[in-house]
Design a protein around this ligand. Structure first.
Ligand code: ASP
Ligand code: MG
Length: 471
């Protein structure tokens, strides 16, 4: 049974300054009047990147960055406290707490400087500083508004594996810990203000859930507590049909399924951390994406069901952090199915490594891989090549990083969709390098030269969203 609980997560821009925080506080007050609420916060915008920057600089022997960072963090948060919090005692107590946290960060940076290196767990500890600060600040702002609130450190509640920098929760242990603490806090009438993004291993070593991971924190808590709904407050109106920076005509998608939203996130849409929906899709807890700068917009509902609509295309999206790998072969078709089975098997670590068909050359095999994972992908390929029959005549791979993967995401996409996409590209003089197959029925991806990425998005958007009157 679902509880009447709501989880509200605020992203960095929604906490960007005192004014934004005030709006967020009002959103919480409104939610609280309808039932219990748990709040999850990101760091104030820009803070996590500054922390990462400082860590990199001090390990390169530039200790001054540590001082600059402490000053920046204190000034930035102090300004927000002064503007937001009218009760002097609350303000003083809050600032003292923040000072202590900043001191802790400065100590960590000092060890990085002395050791000339980054211990992954200590780095995760440092990167979580922004959330430690914003959770205390936000709880104080709620208290000042007359609401009972208490900051809560997710590193004590979310138990993760030891993949520092990109950890995954161990759900059973995390649920036990969350259920031991949160319901009693709620019963006492308090709003927990949880630090997003952070966790810790069973041994207590700090971890983080990956950049943008506070979304994931919200759904981990939502799933553990069987929340009725989860609200992700951000700076766009919802999930859009395209990134509005590339396609100004993009519009909000009112409803989308968990799977479509996950694929969109994996294929480049920035609106959600790609793992966000894993904890809640099985439980069918709806996730709303709402704009805290435009609170009257109804946002996007991500859920299990969508009313059937005439066309199955939800959005277009693009990744530029991928590379194209080309390999010569004498027996492409024979190789292709085998490669799909071995290289693109879901249990393989490199999820982005998938074979593609090519419209250009029959004696070449094309792969797309995340540029960051290119070495691991090549190792995987080498193992495959070592076992492949000689008559395949596999050549040495050529890597092209100047490409983009432009994708159409929706349900039941078919060869008709592909034909329309190819026609739209040809009308705009865009030469696709390959059409990627074998990922899922929910997307269709094309490899294009990186400089054509924006034009391809615009051409697809025109074709699928602007030409016809229906949705
Ligand atoms: N503050 C972290 C980041 O910037 C986590 C988050 O924003 O969700 O990546
Ligand atoms: Mg952030």
């Amino acid at each position: 049974m679902k509880s009447h609980l709501r989880v509200l997560k605020f992203g960095g821009t929604s906490l960007g300054d005192a004014e934004c925080i005030r709006n967020a506080v009002e959103a919480v007050a409104k939610a609280k009047s309808g039932g219990p609420a748990v709040v999850v916060v990101s760091a104030m915008s820009g803070v996590t990147s500054q922390l990462l920057d400082a860590a990199t600089h001090v390990t390169q022997g530039k200790p001054k960055m540590a001082e600059d960072l402490s000053r920046f963090l204190l000034d930035h948060h102090e300004l927000a406290i002064q503007t937001l919090i009218s009760n002097r005692n609350v303000a003083i107590r809050c600032f003292a707490e923040l000072e202590q946290i900043v001191e802790g960060a400065a100590c960590l940076l000092e060890t990085f400087y002395k050791d000339k290196g980054l211990n992954p767990s200590a780095l995760d500890g440092l990167l979580g500083t922004g959330e430690q600060l914003s959770a205390r600040l936000f709880a104080a702002a709620l208290q000042d508004r007359g609401l009972n609130a208490v900051p809560m450190d997710a590193s004590k509640l979310i138990v993760t594996n030891s993949a520092h920098g990109n950890a995954d929760p161990l759900m059973d242990q995390s649920r036990d810990r969350i259920l031991r603490l949160v319901p009693t806090t709620l019963k006492r009438g308090f709003i927990p203000v949880v630090t997003g993004f952070v966790g810790a291993t069973e041994e207590g070593l700090a971890t983080t859930l990956g950049r943008g991971g506070s979304d994931y924190t919200a759904t981990i808590f939502g799933a553990a507590l069987n929340a009725e709904e989860i609200f992700i407050w951000t700076d766009v109106d919802g999930v859009l049909t395209a990134d509005p920076r590339s396609v100004p005509e993009a519009r909000t998608i009112p409803e989308i399924t968990y799977q479509e939203a996950t694929e969109l996130a994996c294929l480049g849409a920035k609106v959600l951390h790609p793992k966000t929906l894993n904890p809640v899709s099985g439980k069918q807890i709806p996730v709303w994406i709402r704009n805290s700068f435009n609170p009257t917009a109804s946002g996007t509902r991500i859920g299990a069901q969508r009313k059937p609509v005439s066309r199955g295309i939800r959005a277009v999206t693009c990744r530029t952090d991928v590379s194209l790998i080309r390999v010569r072969t004498n027996a492409r078709d024979q190789f292709l199915s085998q490669a799909v089975r071995t290289l693109a098997a879901p249990e393989k670590a490199i999820a982005q490594f998938f074979p593609s068909s090519t419209n250009i050359s029959q004696d070449e095999l094309l792969f797309v891989a995340g540029t960051e994972e290119i070495e691991a992908s090549m190792r995987l390929f080498d193992n495959f090549k070592a076992l492949a029959p000689r008559q395949m005549g596999l050549g040495n791979p050529q890597i092209d990083t100047e490409i983009a993967l432009v994708s159409i995401v929706g349900n039941s996409l078919d060869s008709g969709t592909s034909r329309r996409a190819l026609k739209a590209m040809s009308r705009s003089d865009i030469q696709p390098r390959a059409e990627v197959q074998g990922l899922s029925k929910n997307n269709l991806c094309f490899v294009v030269p990186q400089e054509s990425a924006r034009r391809t998005l615009a051409a697809f958007h025109r074709e699928f969203f602007e030409n016809t009157g229906d949705d």
